[in-house]
Design a protein around this ligand. Structure first.
Ligand SMILES: C[S@@+](CC[C@H](N)C(=O)[O-])C[C@H]1O[C@@H](n2cnc3c(N)ncnc32)[C@H](O)[C@@H]1O
Length: 293
């Protein structure tokens, strides 16, 4: 996950897409089990995305950049009988975690490692592509969207979620603020996770990729944390590349960051009797069609 002041485009001359992907892959492998544990924090978002997908029995679904396949697992229940769900991700540890959690469950999704920018799936094979909190992670999102378009059957839909504008996502930006306060700026700028936060930007991006009938809706949710440590851990459990970069810092620096974030959370004290902190997040859910039938 990028830090403030690092909202550069992935086309910047010093941006190394391969290295960036390797860092994200290592980070998401590192946090796979904890990411799955923390998924309940974003349950409302997952439910809204699945509802927007309007899944029906018999459909073929790709859960792209699936992580541990939380969307895939629920989708698999909605497309029986006759449907199928494939969950793909660049981080094989995420997929292994997802497969482990499915156990011997009947109608479980299939899991397969794949880079979203180069899918090994035949043309027009899917009725739905789901992509939760992923588009902004890809170094070449237009390439990933072209792949989604290619594997969708005409009339099929992509349904995805992205973070809203930075100021509407304290859940992420408070930790980023803390990192920016204490650490020097990164040597190589990384694309911002908020880059599709404006509906007009997301709409234009989907239209440029050849999609039509584009519907974009906001989805807001809040996460409660008992204390600042719990917030910091939840941030690390969500942020693949950033978790990897922070995990390579000296332990003393990591502890200093964790201690300092309490100052960034001052505006979010929870006043409903629970104590701790309540961090809001705004997202967008987009549904768009591959033209045809
Ligand atoms: C924030 S997680 C979202 C996981 C899941 N879609 C969800 O809604 O919970 C982002 C996922 O994107 C994956 N990812 C990052 N870069 C990728 C790429 N180039 N191709 C495929 N997956 C990628 C990560 O490994 C991670 O599992």
């Amino acid at each position: 996950m990028s830090t403030p002041g690092s909202a550069a485009s992935a086309s910047a001359p010093d941006f190394d897409a391969r290295r960036f992907k390797a860092m994200e892959r290592a980070g998401f492998n590192r946090i796979a089990a904890r990411y799955a544990e923390g998924a309940h924090l974003r349950a409302d978002l997952a439910a809204a995305l699945l509802d927007a997908a309007a899944l029906e029995p018999g459909q073929r679904v790709l859960d792209l950049a699936s992580g541990p396949g939380l969307l895939a697992r629920e989708a698999a229940q909605r497309v029986v009988p006759g449907g199928s769900v494939l969950a793909t991700d660049i981080a094989e540890g995420m997929l292994a975690e997802g497969a482990r959690r499915c156990g011997n469950q009947a109608d479980a999704p299939c899991f397969a490692a794949a880079d979203a920018e180069r899918l090994c799936i035949a043309d027009a094979r899917m009725d739905r592509v789901l992509a939760g909190l992923a588009l902004f992670i890809f170094p070449h999102p237009e390439q990933a969207l072209a792949e989604m378009h290619r594997v969708l059957a005409p009339g099929g839909r992509v349904v995805l979620s992205v973070w809203g504008p930075r100021e509407t996502v304290p859940l992420i930006h408070r930790a980023q603020d803390c990192i920016a306060r204490l650490l020097p700026p990164p040597k190589v700028a990384r694309p911002s996770v908020f880059r599709y936060g404006e509906p007009a930007t997301l709409h234009a991006t989907l239209a440029a990729a050849g999609f039509d009938d584009i519907d974009i809706r906001p989805c807001a949710f809040s996460c409660h944390f008992a204390d600042a440590d719990a917030y910091w851990q939840a941030f690390l459990d969500l942020a693949g590349g950033a978790a990897e970069a922070l995990g390579r810092l000296p332990e003393a620096t990591q502890r200093a960051l964790q201690a300092a974030v309490v100052d960034d959370l001052a505006a979010h004290c929870c006043d409903d009797g629970r104590g701790g902190y309540l961090l809001p997040a705004r997202t967008l859910i987009a549904s768009a069609r591959r033209p045809g039938n």
